[in-house]
Design a protein around this ligand. Structure first.
Ligand SMILES: *[C@@H]1O[C@H](CO)[C@@H](O)[C@H](O)[C@H]1NC(C)=O
Ligand SMILES: *[C@@H]1O[C@H](CO)[C@@H](O)[C@H](O)[C@H]1NC(C)=O
Length: 372
């Protein structure tokens, strides 16, 4: 009897221990997960402070936290790609979904008849390119799948973002140098007005060559360019026509609201665009025009640009036949363009800029030279 009781006790003991070990393990796993989650939450809180993010409710904050975590994973994947020469990190857009990013920022629109011209032009340019081996070297087809250039890998994403990527090659044409007072980059905010910011931004940079520093109105273009769709998108030529006539007033006299507005009946014009010229085509045409004018261009912006924080961006998927964004080329830096964006100074590198590998993302399909 005794023996039996003892052995029963013994087995009970074994069982209880096993249960305890299991329980303990669970607790350990849970607390590990908890620690990770806590660290992520701290990172998120830090991000909120740095980028002055305020959410309406706790629910919204938790929703944004989930998006943030999701984005961290994508950023890590991008940084792990050995062929990518850009660096991605937590920036001002780290709490936006892909869909929100696209809807807010990728809004360059061309009318359908223009689109057809554009596609034909790309075909023509492609033929030109094949003759021009040297100019287009490194490009695989016209969609820009490029030979890889290795760079040091970043393995984990930490906050603050990794130090800016390997510097691109020195810029041989550089509007920071041509200009005697390079103007700061603007923020189009939640309005699809990239077309207005690229048009006016290029003009501001051009004028700054002779020291002019007055910021010009983008809202005027948004409100008064009849053939464009205000915050729903637009394209260059109608905007340039407004810049020619009646011309642009100062930013301070016609402030940006990031909303559709009504064209004011009276405003004081301070600058007029003299003329513009279409310089679309191969890199050689853009390079020839760049010393005398920053170049407003249409491009296909790859989704990954959302988290760009440095280096030279190589987009694996951004077919040249689609354009969704308008920006300004302000430098030629070896195999990359230095590009002025309109997503504020906290995005990108060097207060709102990005370096993009030449020959990618449809750059050159639509490009203009401005004359002051
Ligand atoms: C802004 O204007 C565009 C073009 O007219 C229109 O499609 C869009 O619905 C307007 N948006 C708002 C919020 O009114
Ligand atoms: C652009 O080209 C890609 C790849 O060839 C194709 O899948 C896509 O449908 C094209 N887009 C347009 C708008 O023609």
């Amino acid at each position: 009897m005794m023996t039996y009781a003892c052995s029963l006790l013994f087995w009970r003991f074994v069982f209880a221990t096993a249960v305890l070990i299991c329980l303990f393990k669970d607790v350990e796993v849970e607390s590990q997960d908890g620690a990770v989650e806590l660290a992520l939450m701290q990172q998120f809180e830090q991000f909120m402070v740095e980028h002055e993010k305020v959410y309406d409710s706790l629910e919204e904050k938790m929703r944004r936290f989930e998006i943030f975590k999701d984005n961290l994973k994508k950023i890590e994947e991008l940084n792990a790609d050995p062929e990518q020469t850009a660096i991605f990190g937590v920036n001002v857009m780290a709490d936006l979904t892909r869909e929100e990013f696209r809807a807010r920022y990728l809004t360059y629109r061309m009318p359908d008849d223009r689109r057809e011209n554009f596609l034909t032009r790309l075909e023509l340019d492609h033929e030109e390119e094949e003759e021009d081996e040297e100019e287009w070297e490194g490009r695989d087809g016209r969609f820009g799948l490029l030979k890889s250039t290795k760079k040091p890998k970043t393995t984990t994403t930490t906050y603050p973002p990794p130090t800016k990527g390997p510097p691109p090659q020195a810029c041989t044409i550089d509007w920071r140098k041509i200009s005697s007072n390079y103007p700061s980059v603007d923020d189009q905010k939640q309005c699809g007005s990239c077309w207005a910011f690229a048009s006016v931004g290029a003009f501001e940079v051009l004028l700054s060559k002779s020291g002019k520093t007055t910021k010009l109105s983008k809202q005027e273009l948004v409100d008064c360019t009849k053939d464009n769709d205000m915050c729903e998108g637009g394209w260059f030529e109608p905007a340039f026509k407004v810049m020619e006539n009646p011309g642009l007033c100062a930013e301070k006299d016609y402030k940006y609201t990031a909303k559709n507005g009504t064209c004011k009946s009276k405003f004081t014009v301070i600058e007029k665009l003299k003329s513009f010229k279409d310089v679309s085509g191969s890199d050689s045409k853009l390079i020839a025009a760049l010393p005398t004018s920053p170049l407003p261009i249409a491009m296909n912006c790859n989704d990954d640009m959302q988290w760009y924080v440095g280096g030279v961006m190589i987009s694996k998927y951004c077919p040249a036949n689609e354009t969704n964004h308008a920006v300004v080329i302000v430098g030629l830096c070896g195999d990359a363009w230095r590009i002025r964006n309109s997503w504020g100074t906290k995005w990108g590198v060097e207060q709102g800029h990005i370096y993009i590998k030449r020959g990618t993302c449809g750059i050159g399909g639509y490009a203009y030279q401005l004359f002051a």
